[in-house]
Design a protein around this ligand. Structure first.
Ligand code: 1HE
Length: 266
């Protein structure tokens, strides 16, 4: 069932549909190419903060031909420098909830994934792109700069050299190129993104919750730690994860030939 982000909102900017363990959040401003206004940021924050405990995976999608045209540029002309800082921090709050929240996030990307749209997509743990997707950082041409965490998150995904070149020249990467440089994990046919994301969501929801949590929360930390700290963090989280009763049961099931073997991905 689709629920509006805020009760009684006649035109919700983000739709939320919960089916079993999977919540689908859909940016719902296609007439403005899902440009991200502060109101949309708040709607997203509300949807994430109030996820039912039964939800184990979020799919983040967008209505229309474009995932997102980025920051709602109509908010820029009136903004002072101080307001700009607070504006960025409002984005950071919800993006942090997405990346370091309770459950993994899979994004479904089509058409323009640009500026703040790419910053949002880079918070997801898995990115599925339809062939129509293209990725850009047009901030330079608008006279502005990244402000939704992209200089950290996009740079971690593809390196500062590529981000610098994208921002200076306005170059965009198509879906195939984005896959090749590690910006996305899957490329699928037009219209097939949501189905692919839902299949992946069911796989992820079938994992032990503590394993999912360890993967999401500790891999980014370990990546930033010096090697000796990283190895210590890994050994501790590994010991905690494998001590969970669910881990014991899953390993026993494999040893007793009751669990599925590893299969080639299709
Ligand atoms: C917008 C926005 C927007 C569209 N803010 N209103 N982002 C950009 O620089 C990308 C700007 N957008 C575009 O280049 C194009 O709109 C698209 C390539 C994404 C799509 O083109 P098209 O032909 O399908 O749509 P359109 O006719 O350009 O736009 C439809 C409407 O959406 C139109 O409004 P209308 O009232 O005339 O119908 C557009 O004005 C409106 N629209 N994009 C506001 N972005 C936290 S810092 C992040 C910094 C950034 O994100 S910088 C990148 C900004």
């Amino acid at each position: 069932m689709h629920e509006p982000a805020a009760p009684h909102d006649p035109q919700p900017l983000v739709l939320r549909e919960v089916q079993g363990a999977v919540a689908t959040l859909t940016l719902n401003r296609p007439e403005k190419r899902n440009a991200i206004s502060l109101a949309m940021v708040s709607a997203l924050e509300h949807c994430v903060a109030t996820l039912p405990p039964s939800v184990k995976v979020v799919v983040l999608a967008a209505k229309g031909e474009h995932f997102s045209a980025g920051l709602d540029l109509s908010e820029i002309p009136e903004m002072s420098a101080a307001e700009g800082v607070h504006h960025s921090h409002a984005w950071y709050r919800v993006f942090e909830q997405l990346q370091f929240g309770r459950v993994p996030v899979i994004s479904v990307l089509q058409g323009a994934v640009v500026g703040g749209g790419l910053e949002l997509a880079s918070c997801a743990h898995v990115r599925v792109a339809e062939e129509s997707a293209y990725f850009g950082l047009p901030e330079g041409t608008r006279g502005i700069f990244l402000g939704g965490g992209g200089s950290v998150r996009v740079t971690k995904l593809i390196g500062f050299s590529r981000v610098t070149e994208m921002m200076l020249t306005g170059r965009t990467y198509n879906a195939q190129e984005a896959f090749q440089i590690g910006l996305t994990h899957y490329t699928v046919a037009p219209g097939a993104g949501l189905t692919k994301a839902q299949q992946l969501a069911l796989r992820i929801a079938g994992n032990a919750p503590m394993s999912n949590y360890a993967i999401m929360r500790t891999l980014p930390l370990i990546a930033e730690q010096p090697m000796s700290h990283g190895l210590m963090t890994e050994s501790l989280i590994s010991a905690i994860t494998q001590s969970e009763p669910e881990a014991k049961e899953r390993v026993q099931a494999f040893l007793a030939k009751r669990a599925a073997k590893v299969e080639r991905s299709s």
